[in-house]
Design a binder for this molecule. Structure first.
Ligand code: AMP
Ligand code: ZN
Ligand code: FE
Ligand code: FE
Length: 321
């Protein structure tokens, strides 16, 4: 954790010097006026990408390189329930001249359905948030073992197959089991695995422990971060309005409305809520490398929204090139 902190501390003064040295009088005035510099990044911005620290298929540096190839100037790494990829991503982004926004996708659960809360610019050392992600991650491991046990009764697959698909210390998830099933030739790809053997409606599914969505938002805001509901209008439909109200009271900042899994009319409804409450709206790819068809930059977040998001956070800062 301290590594990214050090990078940030190192990157910041350097970036300021560079900007001032190359800036004209107007720009210089702007930089010196706003010390928290909410406008130092450049778009286009993609704020939701995954690496091998969770269920993406590329290293954080490769993810930043992919973002760069797709023309992005600002990118976040949002691995599930971990911040362990930040340092590598920050360094890679800086070397590519991009702004890095540290993030995480925190698992939550409402009744039977999983809810993903994007957590931007959190303090990675916040004790309450750390304790929660440790708890979720160990439950994920236990759950993957249970699912492997169940699957191995009917299919030729064991725990080692899953370990072989998971990089050291990564947040384990069903995608790693899917990759093991693919490697064994039991399914064609992750999508087929999810719609068959790994389906929540099937015999092999085990739920993971995750906090309720209000607690998740409280933890994110308590760690100085900005909480945004990921893909809030997906196939499962919108969360009930009273729950959304409680999440907003807990500090929920907005919705990821630009995401390929969102559907009408849910998008319309949330657009109305965002307008009425003046919330933050993001758009992102949810890139997982080869694990999903999603490509970096297929959805992006407007500069003004990125600035608001950065301006609202107190947990940590973006890492500027
Ligand atoms: P888990 O949190 O372990 O239950 O797994 C859910 C993760 O699997 C999510 O982060 C998704 O990105 C990924 N996922 C869900 N459905 C699919 C799919 N059809 N193809 C590939 N990845 C998927
Ligand atoms: Zn994922
Ligand atoms: Fe998600
Ligand atoms: Fe995601």
């Amino acid at each position: 954790m301290s590594a990214v902190w050090e990078i940030r501390q190192r990157a910041r003064p350097v970036a300021v010097q560079v900007s001032v040295a190359h800036a004209g009088p107007v720009a210089r005035a702007r930089y010196s006026r706003s010390v928290h510099e909410t406008r130092r990044f450049e778009g286009p911005s993609d704020l939701h990408l995954h690496s091998i620290h969770s269920d993406g298929t590329e290293s954080p540096a490769q993810v930043m390189a992919a973002a760069h190839r797709h023309g992005l100037r600002t990118a976040a790494l949002t691995d599930h329930d971990t911040t362990s990829g930040w340092a590598e991503a920050a360094e890679a982004a800086a070397s590519l001249g991009m702004t890095f926004v540290p993030g995480m996708e925190l698992s939550a659960r409402h009744e039977w359905r999983s809810v993903h809360v994007l957590a931007y610019l959190i303090d990675p050392d916040d004790p309450a948030l750390r304790a929660m992600i440790e708890r979720i991650r160990s439950s994920r491991l236990e759950r993957a073992r249970l699912m492997a046990d169940r699957i191995s009764r009917d299919y030729d697959l064991d725990w080692d197959d899953i370990v072989a698909q998971t990089s050291d210390g990564a947040t384990v998830g069903r995608p790693h089991i899917a990759d093991a099933l693919v490697a064994r030739g039991l399914v064609r790809d992750r999508a087929e695995a999810f719609s068959s053997i790994l389906s929540p409606r099937g015999d092999y599914y085990v739920a993971l422990y995750a906090p309720d969505p209000v607690t998740a938002v409280e933890l994110v805001t308590g760690a100085g971060g900005v909480a945004i509901i990921a893909h809030p209008a997906g196939r499962a439909g919108l969360l009930p309005m009273p729950l959304l109200e409680r999440m907003l009271t807990a500090g929920l900042a907005g919705f990821e409305l630009g995401h390929r899994e969102n559907l009408e009319p849910g998008i319309r409804t949330l657009e109305r809520v965002t307008r009425e409450r003046d919330l933050i709206v993001t758009g992102s790819s949810d890139y997982h490398g080869l694990g999903k068809p999603n490509q970096p930059g297929e959805n992006t977040t407007d500069d003004g929204m990125v600035a608001r998001l950065i301006g609202r956070a107190t947990g940590t800062s973006p890492v500027y090139p």
